[in-house]
Design a protein. Structure first.
Length: 539
């Protein structure tokens, strides 16, 4: 220590005070910058190094021109696809001089709803449509019509709508084994439910623990809504890898990621990509041990998994029975069979829910408070969700759950017998992820598409998945799907080295691009195409 002091004194003995202050300050700031650059970043040095190299390469004129040309070609391709889907369809880009009649409006709406090439009504798509029952649709339509102009923001005017929401929440809390302290609110979908949980925990951590730089620990398989929430709410995400055999989150890696800024841990029951269920019990123990809230994302399968025990299927603990679990998100517009735009965020107690609220006390328009992102909310959706729950009842949900899980397990078992493909992990509810070590799995997706099937493409690793819904429990659906897969595999296994083509080739190629910003630009063009209208049209 004496030698260090001697070295410092000898170094600065000829310096003036201002020089000593400047050198010291500069050294400290430089050290802080170097530390932040090396360690306090979302990405590793290697990842950032790759991006920097790619960024420099993009500055080379020939490379930049090639990238710009490819992006332009992709944009044109997306627009052509949109134009093909919408060919021979009349566009309205200005209001008609005279309003359309009732029958004309209904005709146009039907024309638009049934424009797509996939037969979603009869189960040709993965997930998307969870039940297609004319009687249920009629009920939902009638109920929504009655409550279509109501708004729970005005609780004094529409107390009955608030009552229905409260009943939905209380029913859901019981389904997920909450006690009398459990609570929650309705949202417009799983993304908003997740966003609200993240907002609640961020504000709770700030107020109770003084955390200014919040972080959440999230499996890499958790829904992209957590990434969206992180961007909106300025929360740092620590993504945790999954075990490559089970495709469930690594508990050891999750434990290692917890620090003084951690505001929440996340587990999926099940996750969207593979349909596998994280070890929620182990995550809950971590949360309890380190006093960190645990959110269980059950948006996809929540209204299956809570009924599975009574449908004859064992499920690992995942809900409020676990001490560490403090919130659950679950979509009623999936296997709850409510219309789209309906989800739930549930909490173990009101303390967390209070931090979800947004309240303005000094607004000239009066004291303002709202439970979620929206101020005004659709009372019709609340009423329709309530109606769906009342229509099915507990036994109805158990019955539909049994049919869905039975069908899923049958399809999974048959797929496991087929040559050239394998199942990723063990499906917990209704999602089956398929991979291949023999040929590019996207080729199977392409071939199924030509036969009218629409499956979801996954990445890191390449895979596809099928989400079974009640629509798929029709008597011949499972065998129809399996027979098509068997037939296609015969050809694919004969030509294992053939490359994937079309849009999926672009999707596959994008995984190898080190600068993900370019991939982001591609997606921007793809989303732009959703708003496509012809450049020159007559009304």
């Amino acid at each position: 220590m004496d030698s260090v002091k001697g070295l410092i004194n000898s170094t600065f003995k000829e310096k003036e005070p201002w020089q000593i202050v400047t050198i010291t300050t500069g050294s400290v700031l430089g050290a802080v910058w170097a530390w932040n650059f090396a360690f306090n970043q979302d990405e590793t040095l290697i990842e950032r190094g790759k991006k920097q190299v790619f960024k420099i390469v993009k500055c080379i004129p020939s490379v930049r021109e090639k990238i710009e040309k490819q992006m332009t070609d992709l944009n044109v391709s997306f627009e052509k696809d949109a134009a093909e889907r919408l060919k021979d369809v009349k566009f309205f880009v200005k209001l008609p001089s005279e309003g359309l009649t009732h029958d004309q409006v209904i005709e146009k709406v039907k024309e638009n709803v049934y424009l797509g090439k996939y037969d979603w009504q009869n189960g040709k798509v993965s997930g998307t449509v969870y039940k297609n029952d004319p009687d249920l649709i009629k009920l939902m339509t009638e109920v929504y019509g009655i409550a279509s102009y109501t708004n729970p923001l005005h609780s004094d005017i529409f107390p009955g709508v608030c009552k229905m929401e409260a009943e939905i929440i209380r029913i859901a809390c019981r389904l997920f084994n909450g006690d009398e302290s459990s609570c929650g609110s309705m949202t417009t979908g799983g993304t908003e439910s997740i966003l609200m949980a993240c907002k609640a925990y961020r504000d709770y951590a700030r107020e109770i623990n003084g955390i200014k730089y919040p972080e959440m620990v999230v499996p890499v398989t958790a829904h992209a809504a957590f990434d969206k929430a992180a961007k909106y709410l300025k929360i740092k995400i620590r993504t945790i890898p999954v075990n490559q055999n089970t495709f469930t989150v690594s508990i050891d890696a999750m434990k290692a990621a917890i620090n003084g800024n951690t505001i929440m841990l996340v587990g999926s029951a099940p996750n969207f990509p593979y349909g596998t269920m994280d070890n929620i019990e182990a995550i809950a123990k971590l949360g309890d041990k380190y006093n960190v809230p645990v959110h269980v994302d059950a948006c996809l399968g929540g209204f299956l998994i809570c009924f599975m025990p009574d449908a004859g299927y064992q499920v690992a603990p995942f809900d409020f029975r676990l001490k560490g679990v403090t919130s659950i998100s679950a979509d009623t517009h999936k296997y709850g069979y409510a219309p789209k735009g309906s989800s739930l965020i549930l909490y173990k107690n009101k303390t967390f829910r209070h931090h979800q609220y947004t309240i303005s006390t000094d607004w000239p328009g009066g004291v303002y408070g709202s439970p979620s992102v929206n101020g005004s909310r659709a009372g019709g959706i609340i009423a329709a969700c309530w109606a769906a729950m009342m229509h099915f009842g507990y036994d109805g949900y158990v019955s539909t759950t049994k049919k869905i899980i039975d069908t899923t397990r049958y399809i999974e078992a048959e797929l496991r017998k087929m040559d050239g493909i394998f199942i990723l992990g063990t499906p917990a509810t209704s999602v089956i992820a398929i991979g291949s070590n023999h040929f590019h799995i996207y080729r199977l997706s392409e071939a199924l598409s030509t036969r009218g099937w629409n499956l979801n493409a996954l990445q890191f690793p390449n895979a596809i998945h099928f989400c079974v819904t009640h629509v798929h429990t029709q008597s011949d659906f499972a065998d129809q799907f399996l027979n098509d897969v068997r037939s296609i595999l015969v050809d694919l296994n004969k030509t294992p080295d053939e490359e994937v083509s079309g849009k999926l080739a672009v999707y596959g190629m994008s995984q190898s691009v080190p600068d993900r910003a370019i991939v982001g630009d591609i997606i921007k063009y793809f989303i732009d195409a959703m708003y496509f209208t012809p450049k020159s049209i007559e009304n």
